[in-house]
Design a protein around this ligand. Structure first.
Ligand code: HEC
Ligand code: HEC
Ligand code: HEC
Ligand code: HEC
Ligand code: HEC
Ligand code: HEC
Ligand code: HEC
Length: 413
């Protein structure tokens, strides 16, 4: 009797690792891509394109949206720098509770509401955060602004009490993620549809730009000797308009009305086919085009663009984070503008060699956005949200400032 029990016990013990391994394998089993069978998921690209993949992880596109976590919430949770006063009796406090992070509203010192950081949007200049409530996503009252290294009222909020009820719409996800499925509207009071939470594909991923690539992956897995790309759009053979559209779907301004979901847009498509036909000509007045979100619109007003065949990839090395690397960008200007071509900067004699390090601050200065501004703590003046203008031109005022700055440095040295 005893022996038998012992044997059963031994068998049971032996089964433990088997069961553990089984459940672990369930956990690591890859989830099918929410976009359907035509999509492989970015993870699949690592094997053959590890260079692009690794450097891509550091780009703004990858962090356009992410599951909120300690390493992508850059504001402070330390006492003393984790609260934002909205009025004498109302404040928002950022608190770590257990393993989660919360924004907590206090009225007259009493907790009024707490919501969790679920999704982080951005991280280059600013971050804003979403939280799930049922099938909807709402924006948290506080955002983080890098230039001030501080918490700030989320853009456009002008309340004396923390405001938790602004929906994060499908439109945000269309530019800041690779996919999210909307649910059907079930009652007439609903303004915005909810989402299927599990369908969210975070960030602007490989296939958001390159299009569905499952066939490409399958083909090259089965034919490792094949060195020419199959079943994937070839950027180099697209027309200029198609190349520009591949970026304009998210960098062409947010005003357009889409008839077909921009999630379906892929490299090689023509953007006009996705939109309501517009009979108004493209607005040629650069003063009315905002620097935020409409690089395409501003670039199109530049002589460089009008008098060459340039597209975004002349200057942008898509899979690499080159933020603030103005030397690298200036070298790309000099591919077209140099002494040999007799179209170099007419300021070159005055500037000497320093000119080669920075064409950008004089010809593409940062300009304040009219769409976004950042409120400072305690109702102080708003801080401008600066974005690099893509209208490449001569800016006498900015140039004077940069010149003065360069000359200052010369006298110091
Ligand atoms: C089994 C290997 C393999 C996998 C996995 C793979 N690729 Fe490729 N890919 C290739 C080969 C081979 C080429 C052609 C040589 C080259 O350009 O590197 C290529 C080329 C490309 C090109 C360049 C097309 C052109 O000519 O302009 C793109 C874009 C691309 N792949 C995207 C992807 C994406 C996105 C994924 C993941 C969803 C992926 N690939 C996964 C093998 C693979
Ligand atoms: C699906 C939408 C989408 C597409 C397509 C897209 N972008 Fe972006 N891009 C974004 C968003 C959103 C950001 C801001 C990301 C952030 O910082 O959170 C961004 C940021 C950038 C930045 C700043 C990155 C940084 O790290 O500072 C550059 C440069 C850029 N995009 C260039 C391009 C070019 C060139 C193309 C076309 C080849 C393109 N993008 C296509 C959505 C898109
Ligand atoms: C038409 C495309 C588009 C839409 C719609 C859009 N964004 Fe963006 N967003 C961008 C681009 C492009 C950038 C970065 C470059 C710039 O400022 O032009 C950006 C920048 C940001 C940043 C700063 C990112 C950083 O890294 O500094 C945040 C935060 C942000 N967007 C949140 C949102 C939210 C929230 C919504 C919805 C209310 C939204 N965006 C809607 C395209 C879009
Ligand atoms: C924002 C859009 C965008 C994203 C995101 C993106 N790519 Fe690309 N990719 C491009 C463009 C545009 C080109 C063409 C670049 C050129 O020819 O200058 C390109 C080129 C390529 C090439 C051809 C070789 C090269 O480097 O020029 C490969 C391979 C590739 N991409 C793979 C990937 C993989 C893998 C990912 C995800 C880790 C990815 N791409 C993410 C836009 C994107
Ligand atoms: C693909 C080639 C090309 C690239 C790259 C390029 N340009 Fe140009 N640019 C031109 C052409 C063509 C013109 C018009 C004829 C001329 O002045 O040579 C022009 C004109 C200009 C002008 C005169 C603008 C005016 O309104 O009078 C300035 C300034 C300029 N470019 C600066 C730059 C800077 C700075 C960069 C890099 C950020 C750059 N360009 C990148 C082709 C280019
Ligand atoms: C002539 C060169 C040139 C071309 C062409 C160009 N860019 Fe840029 N872009 C730049 C430079 C320079 C910066 C500034 C980089 C920095 O300050 O970190 C920049 C910055 C950006 C940013 C970040 C802006 C910010 O301040 O946050 C975005 C987004 C962007 N470019 C998108 C595009 C798109 C989309 C296209 C095509 C429609 C394009 N660019 C074409 C040179 C160029
Ligand atoms: C200190 C500011 C400053 C810097 C740095 C600078 N530029 Fe200029 N650039 C100017 C100004 C100002 C003018 C107009 C001068 C004039 O009217 O004679 C100009 C004129 C030009 C022109 C028009 C020339 C023509 O034929 O009308 C081009 C092209 C140009 N710059 C390109 C560049 C490039 C490329 C770089 C980087 C290698 C650069 N600039 C660096 C301020 C600057």
């Amino acid at each position: 009797m005893m022996k038998r029990k012992r044997i059963y016990f031994l068998i049971l013990i032996c089964l433990v690792p088997v069961v553990v391994i089984y459940f672990q394998s369930l956990g690591t089993e890859e989830k099918a891509d929410a976009r359907g069978d035509l999509y492989a998921g970015s993870q699949k690209c690592i094997r053959c394109h590890s260079v692009e993949y690794k450097s891509y992880l550091l780009t703004g596109h990858h962090q356009a949206s992410m599951p909120a976590a300690a390493d992508n919430i850059h504001g402070s949770f330390a006492a003393g720098s984790n609260s934002f006063l909205l009025s004498e009796n109302s404040k928002a406090v950022m608190e770590k509770r257990g393993s989660s992070f919360f924004q907590v509203a206090y009225n007259d010192g009493k907790e009024a509401r707490a919501e969790r950081f679920d999704i982080t949007f951005g991280g280059v200049k600013a971050e804003t955060y979403g939280y799930w409530k049922g099938s909807k996503v709402f924006e948290l009252p506080m955002s983080f602004f890098n230039a001030k290294n501080s918490w700030t009222n989320s853009p456009g909020y002008n309340t004396r009490h923390p405001y938790f009820d602004r929906p994060i719409t499908q439109r945000c996800f269309e530019c800041h993620s690779s996919y999210i499925a909307s649910l059907p509207i079930t009652n007439l009071q609903e303004q915005e549809p909810g989402f299927d939470k599990n369908s969210l594909v975070y960030g602007v991923d490989c296939e958001r730009c390159h299009g569905p690539a499952a066939n490409h992956v399958n083909f090259h897995t089965e034919n490792p000797g094949e060195k020419t790309a199959k079943y994937i759009a070839k950027f180099a053979s697209l027309t200029r308009a198609q190349k520009l559209d591949a970026c304009s779907v998210c960098h062409g301004g947010g005003k357009d009305i889409y008839l077909e979901s921009p999630f379906k847009f892929r490299m090689g498509d023509t953007l006009a086919k996705f939109k309501e036909p517009s009979f108004a000509k493209e607005d040629p007045n650069p003063a009315t085009i905002d620097v935020h979100g409409n690089q395409r619109g501003l670039l199109a007003t530049s002589k460089c663009f009008l008098m060459s065949n340039m597209d975004c990839s002349n200057c942008h090395n898509i899979h690499v984070n080159e933020t603030a690397n103005l030397v690298a960008y200036s070298q790309r200007c000099m591919k077209c503008h140099n002494e040999a071509n007799h179209n170099f900067c007419t300021m070159a004699p005055k500037l000497g060699l320093t000119i080669k390090n920075n064409c950008i601050d004089c010809h593409m200065p940062e300009k304040p956005s009219n769409l976004i501004s950042i409120a400072a703590a305690g109702g102080k003046k708003e801080v401008p949200y600066l974005v690099r203008t893509h209208r490449i031109a001569i800016y006498p005022e900015e140039s004077k400032k940069i010149l003065a700055f360069i000359n200052d440095k010369k006298t110091v040295n």
